[in-house]
Design a binder for this molecule. Structure first.
Ligand SMILES: [Zn+2]
Length: 292
């Protein structure tokens, strides 16, 4: 069976074998260890693993643990298309030619699930721009280095618009948590301006939660210098997970992010969080009682 090596949306290696996808889990001498991409998904926790040779050209060992979930041929097909789009973006072909070439052989089922054309164009544009002017290492080193990696040495800082940026914003998440956000049909954003939480040079700290089995799991964090950055923030998250297409947004009653969400995801349902609703009522009551 053929081994296909792709890249994840964060440019980490992704091995596809027999309809399942695996992320790298270390290497030793002439072996690379791979684990199912759902290994750390709290709802699935799949323990399937395999080993390949040093260049990931053939599988040399498969663990006895089988996958506890089905193959997702559609998702893998879409991922392959994204990988092709990223590769082609670095060439000088016109945008429309790239999109037609990379999507023409897709199955009808996968095509239905493909993200909107404007998001695909944004992805190609982003990778084309990245090729011409890669993100400077200095930009990342401006951030607190402790926050660029997790304790497991995974990438945590996903984007930094740079210290010189007037509306600077930073995005923090892990590969697994970006998948959680991508797969979720709804998400909740909670933002705070509390001076004890937000670093001096920023004005807002936002946490994006996804609902998994009635538990809200923090999947992404963002720091914003100004509230005009929300459109840029959502646009950049879409570049990280182009297939993100939530149907429901649970708002914390902040007007600006809610308006941005409506602009970026036309037709999305927006509801207010009950916890924040109670908090607002309580704050208003305190003001009324104070003036009595
Ligand atoms: Zn699995």
């Amino acid at each position: 069976m053929e081994v296909v090596l792709l890249n994840t949306s964060r440019d980490n290696p992704l091995l596809v074998y027999q309809g399942y996808s695996y992320i790298q889990d270390g290497s030793y001498k002439n072996k690379i260890y791979w684990k199912c991409e759902h290994s750390r998904n709290p709802a699935i926790k799949c323990h399937a693993r395999l080993h390949t040779d040093a260049v990931a050209s053939k599988v040399i060992f498969i663990s006895s643990q089988t996958h506890n979930h089905g193959r997702n041929a559609c998702k893998l097909e879409i991922r392959k298309v994204y990988d092709d789009l990223k590769q082609c973006a670095t060439t000088e072909q016109p945008m429309n030619d790239i999109i037609v070439r990379c999507t023409s052989k897709m199955s009808v089922e996968a095509r239905k699930k493909l993200t909107k054309l404007k998001h695909i164009k944004r992805l190609v544009h982003y990778h084309r721009k990245k090729q011409i002017k890669p993100i400077a290492k200095e930009t990342l080193s401006d951030a607190n280095l402790l926050l660029t990696k997790t304790l497991k040495n995974e990438s945590f800082l996903q984007y930094d618009s740079g210290e010189e940026s007037e509306n600077r914003f930073m995005i923090f998440s892990t590969e697994d948590n970006l998948h959680l956000l991508e797969d979720a049909l709804d998400f909740h954003m909670d933002s705070t301006s509390c001076q004890f939480i937000v670093p001096d040079s920023f004005s807002k700290f936002c946490i994006f939660y996804v609902n998994r089995n009635n538990e809200f799991i923090p999947a992404l964090y963002a720091l914003l210098k100004s509230e005009v950055s929300y459109d840029l923030l959502f646009g950049r998250i879409l570049m990280l997970i182009p297939n993100w297409n939530p149907l429901l947004f649970i708002s914390d009653f902040e007007i600006k992010p809610t308006n941005s969400v409506r602009r970026i995801f036309p037709g999305i349902s927006v509801i207010g969080s009950y916890v924040h609703y109670k908090r607002i009522i309580f704050q208003r009551l305190q003001v009324i009682i104070y003036h009595l």
